[in-house]
Design a protein around this ligand. Sequence first.
Ligand code: ATP
Ligand code: MG
Length: 335
Amino acid sequence: MLKNRILSGVQPSGDLHLGNYLGAIKNFVTLQKEYECFFCVVDLHAITVWQDPTKLAQKTREVTAAFIASGIDPEKNTLFAQSQVPQHSQLAWIFNCVARMGWLNRMTQFKDKAGKDRENVSVGLFSYPTLMAADILVYLATHVPVGEDQKQHLELTRDIAQKFNNDFNTNFFPIPEPLILGEATRVMSLRDGTKKMSKSDPSDYSRIMLSDDKDKIIKKIKKAKTDPLPLPSSIEEAEKRPESLNLLNIYAALSDTETKKIINNYAGKEFSKFKNDLADLSIEIIAPISLEMKKLMQDRVYLDDIMKAGKTKAIKAAEPVLSKVYEIVGLSGEK
Ligand code: ATP
Ligand code: MG
């Protein structure tokens, strides 16, 4: 029987941060034991906003290095760059014709990223979710581990799969399930507890990067915004104090513990002590990843070989799916 299949992606749109690690990559590492996994560096998504062409390939390598340094086995799983597998874009066009304008108009990520400049952002930024649906469904993936911010795009993917199946009277596409796991499914900015930690946030102090050294991690956690009160004593209290809850969730996720337990341990204590402990824990987890990433980045040939092998495996899986879709839709070409 076909093992359940995973597809997930990370954009080479900037330096990877703790949100990417706790919301996505850390879970990939666990899930690789149970699932057949396709992990993709989604460079076509990255260019929905401007990317420096002289740096994009290097950033793509960096995400690959982060996957491997975090513990993803490059032999067992398929690691590749989205742009190298043309079937993603081909299926995305078909999904552009399945998805409805009204569905895409509801996407909150577009609203957040476009802000007040809606008329001036790329068409790609608007249609991004149909490409994401294609990324997933071109492998007939059944499960998609993502951070909480991607939940709405996953729902759209499910709607697209369902509508395609209905429109063409088939059950060809599975309806993929999101896997939103751990205690830090939405890591917030260290400067503002109501904003998600993001690669594209202009403030360096808003996020801890996987490439940050010890001193930077200590500085950023020390400077992280909190309130003047001691640490909360209950989940209910923490929920009213977003910056505190964020740091507690990060601590819980890094230590594979429930947030409730961390709250019990630190209830009523001063933030200075908690922040010291959080910095130590962050360094313990991130420093080895950061070191391994640096080592891997020295070996360009190794990383490129992995991506080449991944591309071949990915095309082998995607090509027959796309052919079948063409047949279902009646796009017969010269046949
Ligand atoms: P960008 O700001 O360019 O969109 P990003 O930081 O959101 O970058 P992505 O490459 O879009 O990163 O997302 C990669 C994965 O990391 C996705 O599964 C996403 O849900 C997850 N992720 C991103 N930010 C966070 C966060 N703050 N907390 C938890 N998961 C996150
Ligand atoms: Mg994002």
